[in-house]
Design a protein around this ligand. Structure first.
Ligand SMILES: [Zn+2]
Length: 362
């Protein structure tokens, strides 16, 4: 979620998240404490604290060296003139999942908000904007994808939704497969709880990707919306070219394994997108969907992760190992051992099966 607010010539634009506006943070905080939506959900991520700012960024004059607000579970940094980013730290609590937020640093009127894509952790704060008359922008297919994916869960029988995943845990052929199945069960349990506890709010300003890039004058600040392939089929980024700042949504997982499960996710498309990001100015500041603010080194790291997954998968493919087995055999190398894995079957597993499908020409 990217919020945009303006007052006179001053404009502010922040990262995206589940509930980008502070008053919602507090109401949702107590609400989430009751439902403990994220307890099981970030079972792996919670063990790994948010990475510190890279040394180059700590001395970058655009970035406030220490957060201007720090709530533990999330902290806000100024990252440019009129630009802010709120970065979540799931190791300190699950009030927010992804990055975003504005109300903690400013009370100026919110003129608009943008869903970077349809996924629940970025869109299930939408009803707050609707209730407050804030126009909500998103890729043209975001509303439909939200309805198609999350409405059926509302009121569904929990056993029917989770049963097949519980069976996978029970029937697992090895400890590794059992762990992977358990991480998937945890993730879907969290999703089911959130979907049932949330009033879906649909964006009312659909953006036709054919009309992008689109420049928006925020009063002294020009933001450019662009669309790229890779993570969800609904991905938008917001660039502020004059300041070399880019809000990427989930096209960038900074210091995390990428979430690739979406039926519209494409590994080759995503890798192409990262190559384009790598060609952005060398001083570009990226605000990712998950993980720490970063420079080009964050893009390079995610490209390396994809290279590593593809490299391991290719060896297994050439050795004739079926995709169903190969998806469980990836070994996390030492250099990525601190990269959170949201759930195996949402990240590495589907990355491998999608790569296999690409190689098989499916
Ligand atoms: Zn996502």
């Amino acid at each position: 979620m990217v919020d945009v607010s303006s007052k006179g010539g001053e404009a502010a634009c922040t990262g995206r998240n589940l509930q980008a506006v502070n008053s919602l943070s507090f109401s949702r905080r107590s609400f989430l404490a009751k439902t403990s939506c994220f307890g099981a959900f970030y079972a792996l991520a919670k063990l790994i604290p948010l990475a510190a700012l890279a040394a180059e960024l700590a001395s970058d004059s655009r970035v406030s060296p220490t957060p201007i607000v720090d709530k533990g579970f999330a902290s806000v940094r100024k990252i440019g003139s009129g630009l802010y980013a709120t970065i979540s730290d799931p190791s300190k609590g699950y009030t927010t999942i992804c990055n975003g937020a504005l109300r903690m640093v400013s009370q100026v009127p919110v003129k608009g908000a943008l869903d970077t894509h349809y996924h629940f952790d970025h869109s299930m704060g939408n009803s707050f904007y609707g209730a407050n008359g804030v126009p909500l922008w998103a890729h043209a297919t975001t509303a439909k994808r939200m309805v198609d994916n999350y409405s059926p869960m509302q009121g569904a029988d929990k056993g029917a939704v989770l049963g097949p995943l519980e069976k996978r845990v029970k029937d697992a052929k090895s400890d590794i497969e059992r762990q992977h199945a358990q991480s998937d069960l945890n993730a879907v349990t969290g999703l089911f709880q959130i979907a049932n506890a949330t009033v879906l709010g649909l964006p009312n300003h659909p953006i036709d990707p054919a009309r992008l890039p689109m420049s928006i004058d925020l009063g002294g600040l020009t933001a450019v919306i662009e669309s790229y392939a890779g993570h969800s089929g609904t991905d938008l980024i917001v660039r502020v070219p004059e300041q070399n700042v880019v809000y990427t949504g989930d096209l960038l997982f900074s210091g995390w394994y990428p979430v690739c499960f979406d039926e519209k996710a494409t590994v080759s498309g995503w890798r192409d997108t990262l190559k384009k990001f790598a060609a952005f100015d060398k001083d570009t500041l990226f605000v990712p969907g998950h993980g720490q603010i970063c420079g080009q080194e964050g893009i390079a790291a995610l490209r390396e992760v994809f290279d590593d997954i593809a490299g391991q998968a290719e060896k297994m493919y050439k050795a004739g190992l079926p995709a169903e087995e190969a998806q469980h055999r990836y070994l996390v190398p030492d250099k990525f051992k601190n990269f959170p894995i949201y759930a195996w079957g949402f990240t590495i597993g589907p990355a491998i099966t999608k790569l296999y499908a690409e190689w098989q020409g499916k």
